[in-house]
Design a protein around this ligand. Structure first.
Ligand SMILES: CC(C)(COP(=O)(O)OP(=O)(O)OC[C@H]1O[C@@H](n2cnc3c(N)ncnc32)[C@H](O)[C@@H]1OP(=O)(O)O)[C@@H](O)C(=O)NCCC(=O)NCCS
Length: 143
């Protein structure tokens, strides 16, 4: 099987949501930022950085990638269960980090749900480390 990789466009939205939807570690937590408009805004702000992996025309994996000028961020890395363990997740990460590096971004951050033990184990296996001195906090920007 040959997997191809391409920049995510908004035309991939339905297929990507299909990959994420209901997936433990990701799809149980989709919200307004993952709406069609939310993803369109994200892709426009971070052109050419997010990826899809395809088997033929079928989207089997996806990741959001962007940066704020200081740090890179990866979100929603996901590979369909029947395609896991073949290096697709790692290849998407490798490509994203290369694009970030080319933009002068030297560090990348991910958020992993605390109950996503598999996800944490995966990232640690890839050499990512926990920031034990940081805690993520959030607020709405308005009412
Ligand atoms: C995490 C995920 C994207 C990995 O995708 P994948 O295509 O199976 O990953 P790869 O095949 O590229 O994995 C390659 C390496 O990761 C390791 N790995 C994969 N899953 C792992 C796990 N749960 N724990 C530890 N290592 C893991 C493999 O052993 C392999 O390492 P090796 O080559 O050194 O043996 C996939 O399991 C997934 O979609 N999970 C659900 C969504 C999720 O939790 N995403 C992360 C959100 S933060």
């Amino acid at each position: 099987m040959t997997i191809s990789y391409a920049s995510m466009t908004i035309d991939d939205y339905d297929a990507v949501i299909n990959v994420w939807h209901g997936m433990p570690g990701i799809g149980l937590h989709l919200d307004e930022a993952d709406s069609r408009n939310g993803i369109a805004v994200y892709l426009r702000r971070n052109p050419g950085m997010s990826l899809v992996a395809r088997d033929g025309t079928h989207v089997v994996g996806a990741v959001l990638c962007g940066h704020d000028g200081r740090r890179g961020y990866l979100s929603h890395l996901a590979v369909q269960p029947e395609y896991r363990g073949q290096g697709i997740g790692c290849e998407m990460i490798r490509r994203c980090l290369a694009v970030l590096r080319a933009e002068g971004i030297v560090k990348c951050t991910i958020m992993v749900y605390t109950d996503n033990n598999n996800g944490q184990a995966f990232w640690e296996r890839q050499g990512w480390w926990k920031r034990e001195n940081l805690l993520c906090m959030q607020a709405y920007t308005g009412e």
